[in-house]
Design a protein around this ligand. Structure first.
Ligand code: FMN
Length: 171
């Protein structure tokens, strides 16, 4: 049996945004809040286009829409932190807050500056603190490649995102 026979809909180039989102939604990912700091103010947004790139040197990548207000802040700061969210009700609220467009996203959030100054949220399963190594504008997003200057695994169960919904690795 052909593999293609499992596909409900096959679309060939040009691929529209809806189809790209649908298929990309099959990639189960963790959920992060990417943060930075400019002139003493904290900024951040929810991101799941995040991946480890290289062990030596230690590099991670975050892809952000060029329309995200966090984008120019990370460019200006030259640093960012990746906060990996745990599978808790509070973290789901944090994900939603940071996926919005608000000036007061950090209100009520417990965090402290990491080594680069970018804020580290309390209670994550882990974090990377990075200085920007290089950036690449790719279509309507920018890939920020960060050199990891500090990292910590804090334990716990990560939040999982698949087909637009949260999932749990527990049970
Ligand atoms: C689970 C989830 C993952 C997301 N991943 C990304 C991502 O990887 N890159 C991105 O640019 N936006 C992503 N978004 C959307 C941004 O969080 C959203 O556009 C946000 O409003 C940006 O905030 P800002 O404009 O204040 O920076 C994601 C949203 C959700 C809910």
């Amino acid at each position: 049996m052909s593999l293609l026979s499992y596909n409900m809909v096959v679309q060939k180039s040009p691929i529209d945004g809806a189809m790209l989102r649908k298929v990309a939604g099959e990639l189960a990912t963790g959920v992060t809040v990417v943060t930075t700091t400019v002139n003493g103010r904290f900024h951040g947004c929810t991101a799941n286009a995040v991946t480890s790139v290289s062990l030596e040197p230690p590099l991670v990548m975050v892809c952000l829409a060029q329309t995200a207000s966090t984008h120019p802040m990370i460019s200006a700061a030259g640093v960012f932190a990746v906060n990996i969210l745990p599978d808790t009700a509070a973290a789901k609220d944090i994900c939603t807050t940071f996926a919005g467009k608000r000036d007061d996203k950090f209100s009520g959030i417990t965090c402290h500056p990491g080594p680069t100054g970018a804020p580290l949220l309390t209670g994550t399963v882990g974090w990377f603190d990075c200085t920007i190594e290089t950036t690449h504008d790719l279509g309507d997003h920018t890939a920020f490649i960060g050199r990891v200057v500090a990292a910590e695994q804090q334990g716990g169960c990560p939040l999982v995102f698949h087909r637009g919904q949260f999932h749990s690795l527990a049970n």
